[in-house]
Design a protein around this ligand. Structure first.
Ligand code: ZN
Length: 89
């Protein structure tokens, strides 16, 4: 029996392709947001997210940061201000 290095039991897909690393995923994030990933890159990106909760969390934080940056730049932020806060102001 050949013993190949297998991705840690996650997924259930029979591909033996290794997952991209967290670092590669982070390199992809800007292109991902701009829809500039190739279909292959997009697949690898999603495959990594499916097995890496910390990158999912990172991506969320990243998107929030981008939203905040836009708000700071004066763009309107859609539907994000809680009503009680609006009343107080
Ligand atoms: Zn990761």
């Amino acid at each position: 029996m050949k013993s190949l290095v297998a991705p840690r039991g996650a997924g259930g897909s029979s591909t033996s392709k290794p997952y991209i690393t967290c670092r590669q995923l982070i390199d992809f994030i800007a292109s991902y947001r701009d829809n500039e990933l190739t279909p292959d890159q997009r697949t690898e990106f999603d495959r990594h997210l499916a097995v890496c909760p910390s990158c999912v969390a990172y991506l969320k934080t990243y998107e929030q940061t981008v939203l905040l940056a836009k708000a700071a730049a004066g763009d309107p932020v859609p539907d994000e201000i809680p009503e009680p806060l609006v009343k107080v102001l």
